[in-house]
Design a protein. Structure first.
Lengths: 195, 91
């Protein structure tokens, strides 16, 4: 996806914010991967330390080694898929709309968008000790549509993002909303065709 | 060659299977990044990192496995516990 060629881009539409999830999610992935790598190394180290005969066994030695190789490849595949999931979860805020692009696993992808005019209320949320100290959390954009909320998950500085989007909504509504007085007599008639 | 002799290379079948699946995962991950990722240095670096990590892991494990003579054979009867009850692991 090229940011200069957004899907269904309007004339004059500019990208204001490009948001990924907070880096703590990347840290979680790496901690999980490290744990998965350390466990067999610890077990292997212990077997070497106690000089277990299974390591020098003519058949079980190669079996263990091939299983360890397969295990490492599985860990690598899971880690790469998790990083892809992280990288493809993107929220793009333009001066016209918000585009939400979320990847769930390898074959499940959801892309949705909402026009800034449709947003009625915007809420930021920071939860827990880590969320407070590392300033990450969620931002919810409430729309009038049936779909209740548009969620920015685990983003950095949710308060700042909320304020920024709030300003964009105000600007957008001011630009696009015209009062009957501003539209003149024709506009008033259009607003109330029955009169 | 004895009838119950099994070539060591058979033990590599699970490894080859997992390596194939991992290569498929690498392909799909790279494809998704290339197709749906935001164009830029970050996505390009991520794709390069993926390919390098996969090459290093596959190369490293293969290097470790290449120390064995996989062309030899082994017999299942030698692996089974003997009638005296002693384990083939010597544990």
């Amino acid at each position: 996806m090229h940011l200069q060629r957004l899907p269904n881009a309007r004339p004059g539409e500019q990208v204001i914010l490009l948001l990924h999830r907070h880096w703590i999610d990347v840290l979680r992935i790496f901690m999980f991967t490290t744990l998965l790598i350390i466990i067999p190394l610890f077990v292997g180290g212990t077997l070497v330390f106690v000089n277990a005969p299974i390591l020098s066994h003519a058949v079980f030695g190669p079996i263990l080694l091939s299983l360890l190789g397969a295990y490492l490849l599985i860990v690598l595949s899971v880690t790469l898929t998790e990083i892809t999931d992280y990288w493809l979860d993107v929220w793009i805020v333009t001066n016209e709309r918000i585009i939400n692009s979320e990847q769930h696993g390898l074959f499940n992808r959801v892309v949705s968008e909402v026009h800034l005019n449709q947003i009625q209320d915007i809420t930021s949320e920071q939860r827990g000790l880590l969320g407070t100290f590392l300033t990450f959390g969620n931002v919810y954009a409430q729309t009038a549509a049936e779909r209740e909320r548009f969620t920015f998950k685990n983003i950095d500085n949710p308060d700042t993002v909320k304020i920024h989007i709030g300003e964009l909504i105000t600007t957008c509504k001011t630009t696009h909303h015209h009062t009957p007085e501003e539209m003149g007599p024709a506009g008033s008639q259009l607003k109330n065709p029955s009169t | 060659m004895r009838m119950d002799a099994i070539p060591f290379i058979v033990l590599l079948i699970p490894y080859f299977f997992v390596a194939g699946v991992a290569a498929l995962f690498l392909f799909f991950n790279v494809f998704h990044l290339w197709r749906y990722g935001v164009e830029g240095t970050g996505t390009t670096l991520l794709i390069i990192m993926y390919v390098c990590l996969f090459a290093v892991t596959l190369g490293g494990t293969w290097l470790a496995l290449s120390g064995f003579v996989w062309g030899d054979t082994f017999s299942l009867t030698n692996l089974l516990p003997s009638s005296s009850g002693s384990s083939s692991f010597g544990l």
